[in-house]
Write a new protein. Structure first.
Length: 170
């Protein structure tokens, strides 16, 4: 489940952050005193990821988008002097997009972190993320590559993805 979730988040990151045309749904810029430390961590991760896939432009775009989403989430998390990887946002305040970013910050197989991310969303956001992930997990279970998952998600789960990205139809 977690590896599929990571692929989903990579695909979602492309839709949310990788579109230069401006989808209007970029994650808000965090205002944090600790941005420098977290940005350095993301940059190192992003650099090593890009070097591993430097021959694949599509893969680079995916990795850059994922790193951008991770950067925004990590910096936002540090706003409240985050310690030990906890998520300080009060319960019920995160949007569906924010929940996805939070999920991306969880370590592989850390179900407690995943559950905490879900609990930080409001009722609408939790319903949206559940609908989106259920759709992808059910209808795109055969997709094992980022490309296949992207195509399947756009074809079969675009309504759920759009609702998560733009809950008010923006």
């Amino acid at each position: 489940m977690i590896s599929r979730l990571i692929l989903i988040l990579m695909v979602f990151g492309l839709s949310a952050c990788g579109d230069d045309a401006g989808s209007g749904s970029e994650a808000p810029e965090p205002q944090s005193q600790n941005n420098e430390t977290n940005t350095n961590n993301v940059s190192v991760s992003q650099g090593s990821t890009n070097s591993e896939s430097s021959n694949n432009t599509n893969s680079n775009a995916t990795n850059n988008s994922t790193a951008n989403l991770t950067n925004n989430t990590t910096a936002k998390t540090s706003t409240n002097n985050d310690t030990a990887g906890t998520h300080p946002d009060p319960a019920g305040t995160l949007s569906c997009m924010d929940i996805l970013g939070c999920l991306l910050s969880c370590h592989a197989d850390d179900e407690a972190c995943e559950q905490e991310c879900r609990e930080l969303g409001d009722d609408q956001a939790r319903a949206q993320i559940d609908d989106y992930l259920t759709c992808v997990d059910t209808l795109c279970a055969e997709a094992m590559t980022v490309t296949a998952l992207t195509e399947c998600t756009l074809d079969k789960c675009s309504e759920e993805q759009d609702t998560c990205l733009n809950p008010e139809g923006e």
